[in-house]
Design a protein around this ligand. Structure first.
Ligand code: UD1
Ligand code: UDP
Length: 384
């Protein structure tokens, strides 16, 4: 009697290297792991080290491959060269059926290119975000477009992102609106904290020190803001901190170009806490404590609308217009006077604040990872 043909689970290589990719991919890895049709193989480039490891630990992910590539103050070309050869080597060893990358980092772009060089289908999570300006965000706008030219499946978080891909003549049948997996991650971490508040209790000392003050959370790391932009941002934070009713909690990105500017301008101010990057539960706690977020981050622009937290975005343009359209996010650029004026308006004009502080879900409903895995299963089924 012939044995029934056993279909092996499909090996999916999930490639990432930075904090935001890890946050947005751990829900996908969890969904793949739970599905008997797939065997996820996790490869981290470790383009980030400490900030990546913070996410791996909370999400309980032990990578199958760790290239450990981060170097202090790494250059884009040195990093990209090391990524391309390193990730290619892992693909040769693993021989996956498909490769998944997320977003717009150097790791994502080099991962997609290494897969393409092997004619492996590469699927793109968070596809189609476009600012229309190749220098904002830099180099991420172009990284994302490069991936878009090679991707097999494009998982667009929103209709806006899907339409951007279709305008670039991507086959509409390959584009799927899934929502953004960052909302899955946010729901997961919120539930974890609710079950075990000690996971996010490490800000207790600052909460006591700043009791009665109005907390503003700040993050800043964009490469296009290095130099003058970061100095203007630091000066804005200094001027905001001159108000006695305000306290600023600022987890400082470990990039030396960011650190030196912020330490120089802001160290020693009574109501400014310059702290190490927070792990995801503690950052979620900061999001809930803060009255306003002031940031140039991409991910924070997506999390803030879901929480109804006004977010002032220190950029001239954004590839995530949905938060601005929803009214929760506002672009304020990087000039000191504008940032200070916008923060003071939000602090002093209740009507303006309340108009921004409404929860919306333009970026998804928290079930994006499940949709992505179903689409992958459908794709693999259609290949059989
Ligand atoms: C990268 C991504 C950017 C993303 C950001 C998230 C690219 C080109 N840029 O930018 O899209 O928004 O991550 O934070 O891929 N460092 C540490 N420890 C860490 C992480 C970084 O010390 O855990 C320092 C190192 O000196 C490193 C430097 O930061 O060389 C820059 O890291 P890099 O990944 O090149 O750039 P980011 O600015 O973090
Ligand atoms: N974040 C974090 N700890 C911090 C600052 C940010 O966990 O100290 C999270 C944040 O919630 C968001 C992501 O990191 O999900 C954003 O990462 P980052 O700003 O570094 O990158 P970007 O989103 O701009 O690419």
């Amino acid at each position: 009697m012939t044995q029934p043909h056993k279909i092996l689970p499909h090996k999916i290589l999930v490639v990432f290297g930075t904090r935001p990719e890890a946050i947005k991919l751990f829900p996908v890895i969890a969904a793949l792991t739970a599905d008997p049709r797939f065997t996820p193989v996790v490869c981290v480039s470790a383009q980030h080290r400490g900030m990546l490891d913070q996410v791996l630990e909370i999400a309980g992910i032990v990578p199958d491959h760790d290239l450990d590539l981060m170097k202090p103050d790494q250059t884009l070309d040195g990093l990209t060269a090391a990524l391309l050869t390193g990730l290619g080597g892992v693909m040769d060893a693993v021989q996956p059926a498909r490769v998944i990358v997320q977003g717009d980092t150097a790791t994502a772009m080099a991962g997609a290119l290494a897969a393409y060089y092997r004619k492996l289908p590469v699927d793109h999570v968070e596809a189609g975000l476009r600012s229309g300006n190749i220098y904002q965000p830099w180099p991420e706008e172009v990284n994302r477009k490069i991936i878009g030219t090679m991707a097999s499946l494009h998982f667009a978080p929103t209709e806006t992102a899907a339409n951007a891909l279709k305008r670039e003549a991507v086959d509409p049948a390959r584009v799927h609106v899934t929502g953004n997996t960052v909302i899955d991650a946010l729901h997961w971490v919120t539930a974890r904290i609710a079950a075990d508040p000690s996971l996010a209790s490490g800000l207790g000392e600052l909460e006591t020190r700043f009791a009665g003050k109005r907390i503003i959370g700040v993050t800043s790391h964009r490469r296009e803001n290095f130099g003058g932009g970061l100095e203007a941002i630091a000066e804005a934070v200094r001027q905001i901190a001159a108000r006695p009713d305000v306290a600023i909690i600022f987890p400082v990105h470990p990039n030396p170009n960011v650190r030196k500017v912020m330490d120089h301008a802001l160290a020693g101010l009574d109501n400014v806490a310059l702290i190490e990057p927070l792990d995801y539960p503690h950052f979620a706690r900061l999001l809930s404590l803060a009255e306003i977020m002031l940031t140039d981050s991409g991910g924070v622009q997506e999390e803030a609308p879901a929480l109804g937290k006004p977010v002032l975005v220190m950029r001239e343009t954004t590839e995530r217009p949905e938060g601005v359209e929803a009214g929760t996010a506002k672009l304020v650029g990087t000039e000191t006077a504008r940032i200070v004026t916008e923060i003071f308006t939000l602090l002093d004009d209740k009507a303006v604040y309340e108009a921004m502080a409404r929860a919306h879900n333009p970026f998804g409903d928290g079930h994006s990872a499940r949709r992505i895995v179903e689409l992958l299963a459908h794709e693999i089924g259609s290949e059989a």
